[in-house]
Design a protein around this ligand. Sequence first.
Ligand code: BJW
Ligand code: ZN
Length: 250
Amino acid sequence: MNSPLPETLLSRLLGAERITVFTGAGVSAESGVPTFRGNEGLWKKFKPEELANLSAFMKNPDLVWEWYEARRRIIGSVQPNAGHRALADMERLVSSCTLITQNVDNLHRRAGSRNVVELHGNIERNYCLACGAVYTGADLPHTGGVPRCSRAGCNGLIRPDVVWFGEMLPEDEWEGAVRASASADVFFSVGTSAVVYPAASLPMMAKQQGAWLVEINPEQTTLTPSADLFLQGLSGELLPSSVNALKEGR
Ligand code: BJW
Ligand code: ZN
């Protein structure tokens, strides 16, 4: 059982005009989507650094594609959890609420969040490396192995529209994330190990600009010593109780 939420959290939430939430793989863990790192990470066979980069894809496109296909199958078979749903509720309760996610699994949108900044792309979109043509799951050519572009004369490799190591984050999303972090009164960092940059710089950016920094995670991270409040536990429990407290306080 979690201990009751501290009063300071409630008063900070009630006094906040702008709340920004930054999420990572841990927020989808209770839906059954494996995280990347740590003991519970299913991808222990491969480090994300080994598969989530362009040179791995060029060297062995079928292997990398199959990793994404396996993940799409998992994501397609699971549902958003109570943590995702609480964040969708939070958006409806707070006048300015931005959700910045590193996740590519689309579960925040499926839960009803609308103001979502996807920093690392979306696994449901793909594009041709040669001509840039966009493919969703439904219009992908199914050939076995990595699909190839069906535009006349192209035949380029199709890759998932996600951000791999060594690649720049999408400019508009990054700028939106920086704006929402710098202007936040309360900033939540939820379910992320906060080791992958530049995304991991957002919580400290928010704090340096005056936000009250709350971290939700069952484990301590490198961010924990800087958090104004560390709520140790599962996001599927702590996010609903935070949002319920906000509902009751209003
Ligand atoms: C729960 C829970 C529950 C569990 N409730 N919580 C040296 C220093 C600094 C930076 C670099 C460096 N060397 C290289 C870099 C740059 C590099 C980087 O940061 N590397 C570090 C690993 C060292 N970054 C990049 O390359 C980025 N681009 C860039 O920098 O561009 C500039 C540039 C351009 C050209 C050349 C050089 C630089 C791009 C990074 C892209 C990351 N992409 C991935 C894959 C996306 C696609 C896909 O999904 O396949 O993004 S990697 C992977 O990590 C994925 C995630 O979004 C990201 C973060 O992981 P996350 O979400 O934190 O997950 P976990 O598993 O790490 O943590 C889960 C947490 O949940 C844990 O803490 C658990 O305890 C917790 N948890 N259950 C709450 N129920
Ligand atoms: Zn093409």
